[in-house]
Design a binder for this molecule. Sequence first.
Ligand code: DP6
Length: 321
Amino acid sequence: MTKTARAHTNIALIKYWGKKDAALRIPLMSSLSMTLDAFYTDTTIEKATGSSDFYLNGKKQTPANSKRVFAYIKKLQQRFDLKEENLVVKSTNHVPTSAGLASSSSAFAALAAAFCAFYNINADKTQLSRLARIGSGSASRSIFGGFSIWQKGDSDETSYAYVLDEHPQMDLHLLAIELDTKQKKISSTRGMKDAQSSPFFKPWIARNESELKQMIAAIKNDDFTALGKLAELNANEMHAINLTAQPEFTYFEPDTIRAIKLIETLRDKGIECYYTIDAGPNIKVLCQLRNIKEIIENFESEFNNVKIVSASFGPGVTYSD
Ligand code: DP6
């Protein structure tokens, strides 16, 4: 009997960018995200008749591309005192892989849930969040729908996500603007490690608690303006520490800057929107329903062949047979 677990990707409004413990993925800061309805991963685990294999979108992956998945599975097998048997993992990613939409968040949340379903492990959502976290930090938040917070904690037991509001009524939409679908060059894992050499890394950590509080207040007050401004500031702080790392690096491409300028122009015209950017060149626009059409039209006239996907709040982990 096989079960498929589905997890949706999430976008951090207060970002995770820095680890205290790399092996366990204990972060140096708490983060807050919105789970998205438009992007998700379906994962099934089956017993292998031969070697362990990982299929992504129907294609068998090379051993190099399967390494992270099976290293993770091995960790979980050890954790639950299970036999290290070979497994076949099949994932379908409804996310542009490595295009800066943190596909690892939905991938490892779905994998953690599929693992527990396969082995009949009765994990509650807190435990699932901790297991997902070990695969990829941002995955800890994708166990939940709506708005969720990953409390940094200081150990494997205390570092997990929880729901802030599972079914938010807020008028908040995200437009994923796909400017550049090339594989990113610097993984999040690597980028957040290198960023620690920035002279602004300490101030970045020091600001986390108050930024998280302000973001929670913006959500509770249904204040889109406060949420958008703070999400944009927080993203720019993260990219500023990359630019000031030693040696410096950036995820920005020329089109990223063009997109930022377009958002500034739209705001000048009275169309309220803000941006956030993860570990890639693409921009995500935060906006309200009434402005979606006009923002899309503006991006389409500024960029050739731009792909835009509109998203709003998505659910937490689900299962199907
Ligand atoms: C910029 O969760 O991909 O999207 O734990 O090393 O797998 P690892 O990192 P990952 O990092 C996500 C970084 C981010 C911000 C965020 O989602 O909070």
